[in-house]
Design a protein around this ligand. Structure first.
Ligand code: GAR
Length: 214
């Protein structure tokens, strides 16, 4: 079944581009049915045709909840199978999360549960971590707190700065997100009652996947 994906993005959109490239290459059976942003000038929006774009500045809404409700209504209109956060830098409120419970994915640039929140690369370096990476997880009401579905690791090397480490992590983010979506499209991966299952079992979760990196 072709997965209908609603993408949420606030910035560059390189993860979105990796998803679009896999769809174009015929290696991911999915369709991007909308790109939604809190930043009208986000580069991510430019990666899809104009009719697929939705962007509103949250400041123009009376409250955080009102913005979330407008976003949720716009997403519901395109009837997605999955809501895919790809560099979406705004917290989704409880009403939004409840409305799409168990159907929202996020990619986070750390090996969760380590380094939830912002500045993950700097914090991994400062903590002296030998390994860092990225996690694809379900979104629930707790920040970066939903069940982790899959992770990919990279080494932290002597002399790494934030930028170098972020670039190394990004190299594995792209194939990691695409692989999780591929597993969902094939039906091998499913989420039942907010519990990810691979081939019907929880035991393989979180998947630890390996990809080339610098
Ligand atoms: C990615 O590194 C993603 O993991 C991170 O933002 C970047 C977006 O890059 N997401 C978060 O930090 C979410 N808390 P992109 O716009 O090029 O896909």
């Amino acid at each position: 079944m072709t997965l209908r994906l609603a993408i949420l993005a606030s910035g560059r959109g390189s993860n979105l581009q990796a998803i679009l490239d896999a769809i174009d290459a015929g290696t991911l059976d999915a369709r991007v049915v909308g790109v939604f942003s809190d930043k009208p000038d986000a580069q991510a929006l430019q990666r899809v045709a104009e009719p697929l774009r939705w962007a509103r500045p949250p400041k123009t809404f009376a409250s955080r909840a009102a913005f979330d409700a407008a976003l949720a209504d716009a997403i519901a209109e395109v009837v997605p199978d999955w809501i895919v956060c790809a560099g979406y830098m705004r917290i989704l409120g409880p009403a939004f999360v409840d409305r799409f419970a168990g159907r929202i994915l996020n990619i986070h640039p750390s090996l969760l549960p380590r380094h939830k929140g912002l500045h993950t690369h700097r914090r991994a370096i400062d903590a002296g971590d030998a390994e860092h990476g990225a996690s694809v997880h379900l979104v629930n009401a707790e920040l970066d707190g939903g069940a982790v579905i899959a992770q990919a690791r990279v080494p932290v090397r002597a002399g790494d700065d934030e930028e170098i480490l972020a670039a190394r992590v990004l190299q594995v983010e792209h194939p990691l997100y695409v692989e999780v979506l591929r597993l969902l499209a094939s039906g091998r991966l499913d989420v039942i009652d907010s519990q990810p299952l691979l081939d019907g079992h929880p035991a393989y979760i979180p998947l630890s996947l390996e990809f080339p990196h610098s």
